[in-house]
Design a protein around this ligand. Structure first.
Ligand SMILES: C[S@@+](CC[C@H](N)C(=O)[O-])C[C@H]1O[C@@H](n2cnc3c(N)ncnc32)[C@H](O)[C@@H]1O
Length: 411
């Protein structure tokens, strides 16, 4: 039997989240035909067997949450809404825990979120009285917090969904050290996939062909503004299951006696699409270098080939030294991915053109990705640099673009 799941993502990342799903799903669930997800603003709706949907929490790195649809019905008044809610069988997910309610409404007769929430709570209470949960189920749900219930009205249709994730998925559980303006983990993962798929055209879903033609034996990934190392960590762990935290579904009454036979860094061999990585990070602050080192260790990546250096990207000596170290082997394929300060939380913004010109002179990058406010799009590019594509989204309330450049390889 199939259930309806909604992969909730940051607007702008819907297509990438669908591509991540299409990339990982066949290796994870080889016996299930890959479902065609439907992209909507802010997410993707997918029909899946329940256990498969739950387990996506371990594997998908781009979504914010994974919601399970519990019921959908047409409703235009509160008494009917209360009645409907109280008749739903909530016992597989609910045993009296305190939900945080997320109510939204558009083009519907019911729109007052406080009154909707009250009717929803009353309906759930009635259910609880009618179907007294077992003691064990109560204990299970009490062992965790972060319970979320989503109620959406659209054109008088009500959709009720329980969250299966708990804390938003960007909270990986392996990164205690945080700098001043960190990039959200799930956005960093999305930018990594965006870079990976940037050539050939991003629409292509012919994965095997892609990796045969464009996959490289190893990749040097450089972040010269590494802060606490988010981009480096997300790239290194993109194909690994996240076993550093718990997810709500693990405490659902229906999940009792079920466990997932996953071990750290244990993934199906079918999901063997990644590239061996050499991670290179630098930052102008020694504390940030220490943060990245500590985070790599916490994530179990201390054994991953990496180099972290203190350095100012604007300094000529630092640039020459870095270029020598990165490009000494002419065979390497190198990407630069970065999230420079743009003057809000960290003063002293770095000029987009100067930065691109400086970095492009380090050596023959295959890709240079820069995350900056959309308004800083360059009209003229440094010599030998081409803009391949850009991804628009909001980061901390700011409209930003991830500008992806190509550096002519024949330098
Ligand atoms: C927006 S933060 C990057 C955050 C990082 N992506 C993360 O998730 O933690 C910018 C970083 O650039 C560093 N920085 C600022 N000016 C720099 C410069 N001239 N050279 C190198 N690093 C610099 C800051 O110390 C800060 O850690």
């Amino acid at each position: 039997m199939k259930e309806t799941f909604f992969l909730q993502v940051t607007p702008g990342f819907e297509k990438l989240a669908k591509q991540e799903f299409a990339l990982k799903f066949p290796g994870l669930f080889p016996s299930i035909a890959i479902p065609e997800g439907i992209i909507e603003k802010g997410g993707i709706t997918i029909e899946l067997p329940m256990a498969a949907g739950f387990q996506l929490n371990y594997w998908l790195k781009i979504p914010n949450r994974i919601l399970l649809r519990v019921s959908q019905f047409k409703c235009r008044d509160l008494p009917k809404f209360y009645n409907k809610v109280s008749k739903i069988n909530w016992s597989p997910y609910f045993a009296g825990q305190d939900y945080e309610f997320h109510i939204s409404s558009s083009e519907s007769r019911l729109f007052d979120s406080r009154r909707i929430e009250k009717a929803l709570k009353d309906g759930l209470d009635k259910c609880l009285k009618n179907q007294e949960p077992k003691k064990k189920a109560r204990q299970r749900v009490e062992t965790t917090k972060d319970w979320h219930l989503f109620c959406r009205f659209e054109n008088d249709w009500c959709t009720l969904s329980v969250d299966t994730s708990g804390e938003r998925l960007g909270k990986r559980g392996y990164k205690s050290k945080v700098g001043l303006a960190p990039l959200r983990e799930n956005l960093a993962a999305g930018l990594y996939l965006y870079t990976l798929l940037s050539c050939p055209p991003i629409e292509t879903l012919e994965w095997e062909k892609h990796f045969k033609e464009y996959g490289t034996p190893s990749l040097t990934l450089v972040d010269p503004f590494c802060g606490s190392g988010t981009l480096l960590l997300e790239a290194a762990l993109f194909y690994e299951p996240n076993l550093f935290r718990n997810f709500s579904f693990e405490f659902f009454p229906l999940w009792e006696n079920k466990s997932t036979p996953l071990k750290k860094n244990n993934r199906p061999s079918a999901l063997n699409l990644d590239l061996p990585l050499f991670l290179v990070g630098s930052d102008i602050e020694q504390d940030r270098i220490n943060d990245t080192e500590a985070n790599l260790k916490e994530a179990g990546l201390q054994g991953t080939h990496h180099a972290l250096n203190l350095g100012d990207i604007c300094s000529k000596e630092f640039g020459q030294k870095s270029a020598r170290e990165i490009f000494s082997n002419s065979q390497i394929v190198a990407w630069c991915m970065m999230n420079p300060p743009y003057g809000k939380r960290i003063k002293q913004p770095v000029d987009h053109f100067d930065l691109l010109e400086t970095l492009s002179n380090w050596g023959p990058w295959q890709r240079i990705g820069v995350l900056l406010p959309q308004a800083q799009k360059l009209k003229k590019l440094p010599k030998g640099v081409k803009l391949i594509s850009s991804l628009q989204f909001e980061n901390g309330g700011e409209k930003v673009s991830y500008f992806l450049y190509e550096k002519e390889l024949s330098k």
